[in-house]
Design a protein around this ligand. Structure first.
Ligand code: WT7
Length: 647
């Protein structure tokens, strides 16, 4: 927190929404935004009460908000059910037979589930879970490929009040075991395997390996997808399709308390093990419903496609919950963007006439690299709105996205938010605001951000500082699962009385926020947050490693790439074999996403006299820059020379 945040980006362009978009947009003038924004801050109870009332409540709430810093409650006393709001609510309307999910597998197989179909599958699977004695007060881990059953599993949990914890299918058995144990999950929902880059990646074997270290799991439900061979342990493991044949289709949604814990989602921090970010029901549903409606201008005629995986918050809020709350039709795709060819996404846009496309800057940079010919061969004329999320987008990539994918016809929403915020917090509203390439934009309704210095003083326009949020919003995380102290320390202590997001940013003279990246020891690789500490722990757990320091270096495609500086135990040699072994070790401990791009061996790491690793220096070295700033506290200056030559 001590380093000063300098703001360097000077981007002056701005773009209004195309007239054709504006003419039809739900909101299309700044006055309307200003009025609603003011109301959301001045009369939050009225504002959020009205929004929440667009959804179904079995019993009304007594009070909209209760704030005892750092703990918030929304819609106190109200009873609702998120699965009911996503599904049952639409069954009494013409949407009953509307496509909810248009799914395509990587091999090209397709399924369409209408709202009625999805309701039936969710109800049945909820009965399956109940049949194994799973319900309110239980946690269920979900470790799945991107198939409709991933959404069905989440919604089935929500329907009966079991708290889900989705673990990204790319995480290793060890990472899965940690998460299962932290949440003391009672069941795991998984698949034999899924398709990725033309072949099957196994999931069930990783579950088996994880469960050797987990004592709380009583049942494992296995969806057949990859057709790969898997072992089934009698009594514990069940085939999904077999159990689904045995249950009734009717399962009433349980009226749940508004503050009922809906899900836990683990995310990396700068220290210690991943944090179980806990979200609850009533506020989360209200906020994801409203953000989807306004930011994506979600309409019945739209075909929405968010390319995230359900293993991340984007998949929770803008694949499963937000779009279904709005009765939208969406595309869900299992595989990678460049299989069999780099035009797969554009083929999908053309085939399903996708109108709203939401992806990450890292994907956009990969598309640019693959060349314009791929998108240009497809008919993308159905697109009317584009979005990005996960990291700052460089203005050149923004312009490419607008020109080559949007053909100049689509507004772009650059959405800033976090696992912890549950929904989009800062963005421009399409049809209302001009977009400035590289800036996320303005606060959404109910959000009151500020840029402050270490002491909490607000900064002048364009001065860099810490991004904080000055009041709680409905989908704010409620705590770190099982660790209120860590919750308080992480989010409510760095700067008093505000939510500390962990990002550096500035606000320009028009009130637009420019996010400059993390201020803690977190790297953002392909839009996914990884704690450097986690990767360091993984490295140090290898017998050859004495000490490790991990930093991010700017990477053209991934945003940041991981560079590890490693010192070895006496007598070990830093050669190519060891390098490979360490990469494999990290994959096994965390998952392939955490594999360092580069490992540099050294005799020592640069430290201050008090023994703290000087990460700033390592970041310079990793980026191939001259060591900048003050190195007077460096214990042994020759270390730098050696590290610079090790690259
Ligand atoms: C961190 C949160 C929210 C879903 C994806 C990531 C960075 C996110 C933007 C954006 C600049 C962004 C921030 C944030 N970030 N969106 N539009 N512009 N930076 O979720 O893993 O919880 O990571 O991602 O640094 O703190 P996450």
């Amino acid at each position: 927190m001590s380093e000063r945040i300098e703001s360097v980006l000077q981007e002056k362009r701005s773009f209004s929404s195309p007239e054709a978009f504006k003419a039809k947009a739900r909101l299309n003038d700044k006055m309307a935004y200003n009025r609603l924004y003011r109301q959301s801050l001045d009369e939050p109870d009225t504002f959020w009460g009205n929004v929440a009332n667009e959804l179904h409540w079995f019993e009304p709430w007594d009070k909209v908000r209760e704030w005892h810093e750092p703990f918030v409650k929304w819609f106190i006393g109200g009873k609702t059910n998120l699965a009911y709001n996503c599904l049952d609510r639409h069954l009494n309307s013409w949407r009953r037979n509307k496509a909810a999910i248009i799914w395509e597998g990587e091999p090209g197989d397709q399924r369409v589930l209408t709202y009625q179909d999805l309701h039936r599958e969710v109800s049945k699977f909820a009965n399956v879970l109940k049949g194994k004695d799973i319900g309110q007060g239980d946690r269920v881990a979900i470790y799945m490929p991107m198939i409709p059953e991933a959404a069905i599993a989440m919604l089935a949990c929500a329907r009966i009040g079991a708290t889900h914890s989705v673990v990204f299918g790319g995480f290793s058995a060890a990472a899965l075991a940690d998460r299962i144990n932290d949440a003391t999950a009672k069941a795991v929902i998984t698949a034999d395997g899924g398709f990725r880059r033309g072949s099957v990646f196994p999931l069930k074997p990783a579950v088996d390996e994880a469960l050797e270290q987990c004592e709380t799991v009583e049942s494992v439900f296995v969806v057949k997808r990859g057709n790969n061979d898997v072992a089934m342990q009698a009594g514990r493991d069940h085939w999904y399709h077999e159990l689904m044949d045995e249950v009734p289709t009717d399962c009433p949604a349980e009226p749940l308390d508004a503050e009922h814990p809906l899900f836990i989602l683990y995310t990396s921090g700068s220290t210690g093990k991943p944090k179980g970010v806990l979200h609850s029901t009533g506020g989360y549903q209200t906020y994801t419903y409203l953000t989807s409606k306004y930011i994506f201008d979600m309409r019945d005629e739209d075909v929405f496609w968010c390319t995230a995986d359900v293993g991340w918050i984007t998949g929770h809020s803008y694949i499963v919950y937000g779009p279904l709350l709005n009765g939208a039709t969406q595309v869900m795709y299992e595989g990678v963007p460049n299989y069999p060819e780099p035009d797969r996404f554009w083929q999908l846009v053309e085939k399903y006439r996708v109108s709203t496309f939401y992806t990450a800057p890292t994907a956009i940079r990969a598309f640019i690299k693959w060349g314009d010919a791929w998108p240009k061969c497809c008919d993308l004329s159905s697109l009317r709105l584009l979005g990005t999320v996960g990291e700052p987008i460089n203005p050149e990539a923004w312009i490419w996205y607008q020109q080559v994918i949007g053909n100049g016809n689509c507004p772009i929403v650059d959405t800033w938010w976090q696992t912890e915020t549950g929904g989009i917090m800062i963005t421009t509203l399409p049809g209302v605001h001009e977009a400035k390439p590289g800036s996320a934009g303005l606060p959404f309704f109910g959000v009151e951000p500020a840029i402050v210095d270490v002491d909490g003083n607000e900064q002048a326009a364009n001065d860099g500082g810490y991004l904080v949020i000055k009041r709680p919003w409905p989908s704010m995380l409620r705590t770190v699962y099982g660790d209120d102290d860590r919750y308080r320390a992480q989010y409510w202590s760095e700067i008093p009385h505000v939510y500390f997001a962990g990002d550096g940013a500035r606000r320009d003279e028009d009130g637009y926020f420019w996010i400059m990246g993390r201020v803690d020891d977190v790297v953002n690789v392909s839009g996914h947050r990884l704690g450097t500490m986690e990767v360091e722990s993984a490295l140090v757990s290898h017998e050859a490693v004495a000490e490790a320091a991990v930093v991010g270096r700017p990477d053209e495609i991934k945003g940041q790439a991981i560079v590890a500086f490693v010192t070895l135990e006496e007598g070990r040699l830093g050669n190519e074999d060891l390098r490979k072994a360490l990469l494999q070790h990290v994959s096994k401990e965390i998952g392939a996403i955490a594999k360092p791009e580069e490992i540099r061996f050294a005799d020592a790491l640069p430290k201050t006299r008090s023994g703290k690793i000087m990460r700033r220096l390592l970041r310079n070295i990793a980026a191939g820059e001259e060591a900048s700033g003050d190195i007077s506290t460096l214990e042994d200056k020759s270390v730098i020379e050696q590290l610079m030559q090790s690259g």
